[in-house]
Write a protein that binds this ligand. Sequence first.
Ligand code: PLP
Length: 387
Amino acid sequence: MRKEFLPFSTPTIDDAEINEVVDSLRSGWITTGPKVKRFEEAFRAYVGAPFAVPLSSATAGLHLTLLALKIQEGDEIITTPMTFVSTLSMIVLCGGRPVLVDIEPGTLNIDAAKIREKISSRTRAIIPVHFAGQSCDMDPIFALATEFGLTVIEDAAHAAGTEYKGRRIGSLDSISIFSFHPNKNITTGEGGMVCTKDESLAEEVSLLKFHGMSREAWKRFTASGTPNYDILLPGFKYNMMDIQAAIGIHQLPKLDGFIDKRTEIADFYNREFAHVAELAIPAYAPYAQRHAWHLYTPLVRVERLSIDRDRFMAELKQENIGTGLHYKAIHHHSWYRENLPQAEGSLPNADYASDRILSLPLFPKMTLDDARDVVEAVKTVIARNRK
Ligand SMILES: *Cc1c(COP(=O)(O)O)cnc(C)c1O
């Protein structure tokens, strides 16, 4: 058995990030300023978006995007049950009604073929989530959006570096929202970015993120700025700080290398688990794409075992292997069960995955020896509990 606990994820922070944060702290400029601008510019260029707005989180990005689109009471937003809860909670907090569409059984992405039947006269937008870093099938989603006049908002929290048919997520005809939470493919501690081709939407999100002050208001205490400012509308306090951007500036150039490393580990898992009947390994979508491998999420075929998924995770922990849960399906959470009830069996693939999914360790600093320990522990737990 492995001697030290292997966490499911941990960020890769080197001296470059640390020194840049220290530089901010020593410079006297800690909050939104030149480093945020540098990170915004670099990220915007990397994903290929004309406009990018740095924020305190992806959740803030979802919130402000929905507000900027004037989502209101009774508006319906189509999304997936296999996501982090903030995708849904921001819709609800804006007064909108989330409408869930089932996932594909292999990729666990929203099933684009099932979206049409959920579109009504109240539908305003579709929020696909690029699950685990694999792009959703965007062409049919854009076709529906055009046909029905809907906005596409990509929850790209897992998808920094993901590509769909040769195009980077962030550069499509939509609004994409990225997360820099410590577990994501690159981090700023906490942080997010809204990317879009729509200048007026970027402008509106920019205003809303900082008290409704005009875009360059952060400069008001610098030599080039003026202390006076104007409030154009009531806004929030969702700005990214320079000490956060300082981390991101040095994470971004490493992103492609991080993805290569994640892919190497994921491919190793896929090979090792291909013939393990008690696991269903994640499927690659059939179209051209680059999977960013944010998560490695096999399904445990609990019907072949004498234990459930939660017990499986507990036994892996006893073997010193950490796991994550991404995700228990949204409609299985108490609030959503009560307030967004789904007809029994209407989301069968999400129900199936929700009870079986787990996230195995996957992060760039992992070695193949670490991955071998994971495989051995998984096989040990299976052997011990096989029916
Ligand atoms: C992490 C995550 C979010 C929220 O990101 P934050 O930056 O933590 O607000 C939203 N959606 C998905 C799918 C996520 O994984």
